[in-house]
Ligand binder design. Structure first.
Ligand code: BGC
Length: 735
């Protein structure tokens, strides 16, 4: 590769090298023949484009590639990238939901299928996985990420990268992954998208960086910068982040792309004019400029003026060429362009079956009083709510290739599931939100959803009427798909008011209520938890949402998802996360208010649902943890076993979680940290021993001097079905 690329670089002009660093959005059509009538066609021909994003047509991709290869002077092929965040045409659950499966094989498989479909449509580069840790559910992009925990996020990062890239990037059904957004994007102040972040390096290294490092170790080919600033310098111009951390400390040898127009945005950040910020970005370590053309329009001048060096330009250009080489594009620029594959391998029956199975694995049962769930297929079921019959809101945010008309609604799925054994009575019952302006801000593709022909009261009455005739109410409610995702921050994270009112009215009928909750973020559900009989959180399950929901509601599938993110009691508790520090004035266990202790006057410190929480139709009992030793030395291995029993009447899976607390450190340590998990399937009545192994590697953390090491002393070893309810054993480990 090196010889080939050296040769190519020698033949390139400065303009051609700069051209390789330009990533353009390819929305517009390119007209064939000469002269090119489209701007993009001309640019490709002139060698002023290195890569294209956002094209979803094999024909357009073929034509653009043809112009690059046949009509540009050096014939360098283009990279084609897209946000294939949770599936392509076959849409899988949103990433936060996938995280709730705690099933890394499933995540890898979803990424594998996404890559098969996307590459069959000509794409070779994916802007995924997004692994931004966040503890702030006000931030809409929590939906796109792995939740709050660095360990879980790291395993997820690896699974996605392996799924997309496979073992061989040159195959025509694998694609290059791009881990994003480096760094700290999820720590945006006040949960406001794009906002400033500011945190200690200890926290960055221990809590926010690990999934990026895990992606690099798994071989990720590219990394995307973040929009926000880090330590007073926007991430896209931050040399410490890109050169010191990524390159020097972690040895990353892929390429770095900015986020969308992030170089230009440094002007508004207050870093200087376009020429200044573009030079800053290149010198800091950016290789590819997304959409803003800051590199294309200013780097030539900056080279002449000595603001950037030839060497720096060559480095960036080399990395882009290397990526193309690794993907096999120099051998065959058309390797991803195959209409037969597009015909046969996209949105297949098999993929849809997988999507249905996967979605059911991501649902989290939050409450199930008196085992109201699963429902039996008999009598009359009132299916009520503005999301019960809404194809647009099944796939969830960032499903850029979805065809909504293929999404299965809950109503259709329920009708099919019960056949003529039960009767499904349906009413919409309320608007998603009553405020038309808010509706437009959150509606998919800006299509209004407020019912202009009926008042909220009329809708409610219709719903109450069918509820009265029914044996049980299934309320299908929550956020619409675009109430989370990019630029979708909220300050109030409750169920929208219109839907709460409907629930209150339904409650008065005295019928049992099961809430099927759609959401892209943790919501504040204190009232719902107190008043409703069952709550099944289904996030956004993708194209097969409806079927998967029916599978779980009627008991074909036993729910096993666990929360990857804490659900607070109210917004004022945010940020609330399980692996917090103890403080010098912790509240004793089981107490609420104590003067001069760390607590609130008006609400307990507890979450509504802790990290790792999720019920099942089965009941699982944990035995006491047993260790091979309680005093260990040096590189010994600790083994921790517990017996797990399913004493319910149904087969089911449980995510056994393993936490460690380092009791004394040279810096303060979290009250617990997830260090392992196993999803165990047990038949009704079955028991199994579950074992975790620990070595000093698992005890390491970044200390005050950012050295990664472990410290001897006592450790609490905890095992349980969520981060709150654990069984503990103490051990001592000396160096
Ligand atoms: C998002 C990225 C995405 C990019 C390209 C940006 O607005 O922040 O996550 O990959 O657009 O679509």
């Amino acid at each position: 590769m090196a010889v080939f690329i050296d040769g190519l670089l020698q033949r390139m002009t400065i303009e051609e090298k700069i051209g390789q660093l330009n990533l353009l959005a390819g929305y517009e059509d390119i007209i064939t023949g000469e002269p090119h009538s489209s701007i993009i066609g001309t640019k490709i021909q002139e060698g002023r484009v290195g890569a294209i994003l956002n094209v979803r047509s094999l024909e357009k991709i073929r034509e653009m590639q043809r112009v690059a290869v046949e009509e540009s002077r050096l014939g360098i092929p283009l990279l084609f990238g897209l946000d294939v965040i949770h599936g392509y045409k076959t849409v899988f659950p949103i990433p936060l939901a996938l995280a709730a499966s705690f099933d890394m094989e499933l995540i890898q498989e979803s990424a594998r299928i996404a890559a098969i479909e996307a590459t069959a449509d000509g794409l070779c580069w994916n802007f995924s996985p997004m692994v931004d840790i966040t503890r702030d559910p006000r931030w809409g992009r929590i939906a796109e990420g792995p939740g709050e925990d660095a360990y879980l996020a790291s395993r997820i990062a690896e699974a996605f990268v392996r799924g997309y890239q496979g073992d061989d990037l040159t195959l025509n059904n694998t694609m290059m992954a791009c881990v994003k957004h480096f760094a700290l994007y999820g720590a945006a102040e006040a949960g406001l998208d794009y906002n400033t972040t500011d945190m200690s390096r200890i926290r960055m290294y221990n809590e926010y960086f690990p999934p990026f490092l895990a992606a690099i170790r798994a071989g990720v080919g590219s990394i995307m910068t973040a929009f926000n600033e880090v330590d007073g310098i926007p991430a896209s111009g931050n040399k410490w982040l890109m050169t010191e951390v990524l390159r020097n400390q972690w040895g990353f040898d892929g390429f770095i792309v900015t986020d969308y127009t992030a170089i230009n945005e440094m002007i508004d950040h207050g870093m200087g004019d376009l020429q200044t910020v573009a030079a800053l970005a290149l010198n800091a370590g950016v290789d590819l400029d997304m959409v803003g053309e800051g590199f294309l329009t200013t780097l030539g001048k900056s080279i002449n003026e000595g603001l950037v060096s030839h060497e720096q330009l060559d480095k960036a250009c080399r990395r882009i060429l290397e990526a193309k080489y690794k993907l096999g594009l120099f051998d065959d620029p058309y390797r991803y362009i195959n209409p037969e594959r597009a015909e046969k391998e996209i949105f297949t029956e098999a993929h849809n079956r997988m999507a249905r199975e996967m979605a059911a694995q991501t649902f989290v049962l939050l409450k199930n009083e008196n085992q109201v769930l699963p429902l039996s297929k008999k009598g009359k079921i009132a299916l009520i709510g503005p999301l019960a019959d809404s194809q647009q809101n099944m796939a969830g945010t960032w499903s850029v290739a979805v065809d909504h008309s293929q999404s299965v609604t809950v109503l259709n799925a329920f009708r099919e599931a019960v056949g003529n054994h039960a009767q499904i009575l349906y009413a919409r019952g309320s608007n998603i939100v009553d405020n038309p302006d808010l509706d437009l801000r959150t509606a998919v593709r800006g299509q209004p959803t407020v019912d202009l022909h009926r008042t909220p009261r009329q809708m409610r009455e219709e719903a109450i009427a069918i509820a009265r005739q029914s044996d049980v109410i299934v309320a299908v409610m929550g956020e619409p798909a675009e109430m989370s995702g990019e630029s979708a921050s909220r300050t109030d994270i409750g169920l929208p008011g219109s839907q709460q009112e409907l629930l209150k009215a339904l409650l008065k009928t005295g019928k049992p209520i099961v809430l099927v909750l759609f959401t892209g973020r943790p919501l504040t559900l204190t009232w719902e938890q107190e008043n409703l009989n069952a709550i099944l959180n289904v996030w956004f399950g993708g194209t097969q949402s409806g079927n998967a929901i029916a599978d779980v509601i009627f008991g074909e599938v036993n729910p096993s998802g666990k929360l990857p993110s804490t659900f607070p009691q109210n917004v004022g508790q945010i940020p609330l996360f399980y692996n917090h520090k103890n403080t010098g004035r912790p509240l004793p266990d089981g107490k609420w208010f104590r003067k001069f202790r760390a607590n609130y006057l008006d609400v307990t410190n507890d979450p509504l649902y802790p990290f790792g929480f999720g019920l099942s139709y089965s009941d699982f009992a944990y035995g006491d943890p047993l260790v091979n030793k309680t005093n260990l030395q040096g590189n010994e291995e600790l083994s921790v076993s517990i017996s797990l029993t399913n004493f319910g009447t149904r087969d089911g899976a449980e995510v056994v979680q393993f936490y460690i607390r380092d009791l004394v450190g040279s810096i303060t340590r979290p009250v617990k940290e997830l260090k392992g998990f196993q999803k165990v399937f047990l038949k009704a009545g079955e028991s199994q021993e579950v074992t975790f192994y620990v070595t000093p590697e698992d005890l390491k953390f970044y200390n005050y001097f950012l050295e990664f090491d472990w410290e001897p002393g006592e450790f609490d070893i905890m095992v349980g079905g969520n981060s709150r309810d654990v069984k503990t054993i103490r051990i001592d480990w000396q160096k």
